[in-house]
Write a protein that binds this ligand. Structure first.
Ligand code: NI
Ligand code: MN
Length: 231
């Protein structure tokens, strides 16, 4: 069993026996985040799905302060290295790698990836993550549109817990997120990437209702920022 604590938006803190892993650590600029950057537990690993500010967030600062390992696509890792991150493990979509805490695989995500300020810097492809640790499998979709290969991801991984964006505009909206969840068929699904900003306002209860109308075997966990699921 592992634990995943939602810190609002797409930020998830995963606690395993071997490591504290934070995904898309958008802390300081995240109006939903219930915890201050200085109050984070010791972070061993930082996973970043893409270069947009609401996902890269405070990753560089956390990696430097905690001497944490940054895992992401090659281009994003090179960028972070140039900003002072010492420990990086560059990967790319479709690749998996074994670490002391478990296995990480990069999945496709239909989305952009760049750092927009002060000038546009290309940071490779956006991705999602499959994280297998403590015998449990977590899927974090990152920012993405619905795509048919989610069916393959669901067939080839026994997903215990999936974090799926539902906020629309930049990612899947509710109806596409329901379709994605049916294809991925996780035991637990947690909606994310909604209500952080007015443009991605969405009702997670509508998502839960539509999912349950389509499939009653998948448990939808609507979390408040700071809440945790065991999976
Ligand atoms: Ni994005
Ligand atoms: Mn985003």
């Amino acid at each position: 069993m592992a634990k995943a604590k939602w810190l609002g938006h797409s930020c998830v803190l995963v606690t395993t026996e071997g490591a504290n892993i934070i995904i898309d650590p958008f802390i300081k600029g995240n109006p939903q985040c219930p915890i201050q950057l200085e109050r984070l537990p010791k972070i061993d690993v930082v996973l970043v799905t893409h270069g947009h500010a609401d996902h890269l967030g405070d990753a560089i600062e956390i990696c430097i302060a905690h001497d944490a390992l940054l895992i992401g696509v090659y281009e994003l890792c090179v960028y972070c290295q140039s900003k002072g991150v010492h420990k990086v493990h560059p990967m790319h979509i479709g690749g998996s790698a074994k670490f002391s805490f478990g296995v990480v695989k990069l999945t496709p995500a239909l989305h952009g990836s760049a750092i927009a300020h002060p000038t546009m810097v290309y940071t490779g492809e956006a991705c999602g993550f499959i994280l297998v640790a403590d015998g449990s499998t977590l899927y974090h979709a990152g920012d993405t549109a619905l795509f048919g290969d989610m069916e393959l991801i669901g067939e080839r991984n026994k997903i215990d817990c999936a974090f799926i964006p539902i906020g629309d505009n930049f990612t899947m909206g509710i109806d596409d997120a329901v379709e994605a969840t049916l294809m991925l068929h996780p035991k637990i699904v947690v909606p994310m990437h909604y209500d952080t900003f007015p443009v991605i306002k969405a009702d997670p209860n509508e998502f839960a209702r539509k999912l349950s109308d389509a499939d009653k075997t998948i448990r939808c966990c609507i979390l408040s920022p700071g809440d945790e699921v065991e999976y």
